[in-house]
Design a protein around this ligand. Sequence first.
Ligand SMILES: [Zn+2]
Length: 88
Amino acid sequence: MLSCRHATGLASLALERPLTFRERLALRGHLLICSSCRRAQRQFRIMRELMRSAPDAAPSPQAAAGAMPEDVRERLSDTGRGADEDRG
Ligand SMILES: [Zn+2]
């Protein structure tokens, strides 16, 4: 099972390149059980649409992460430590 950090990492990576089958599968599996990451991914998708419509003002993936809802960011920082059962 992916951690939330890993899942949102994949979601932002998807902005830069197509994900591999395994990556997509892992991300989908996580999104099925994690509403916070579903919301974060929707934000990423919106960002991507904005980038397409305004290529001159393309924000970086880091900027996209900064645009995440605050509760998602808090959750991500929480899961960064001590979430051994989430790893892998
Ligand atoms: Zn998650």
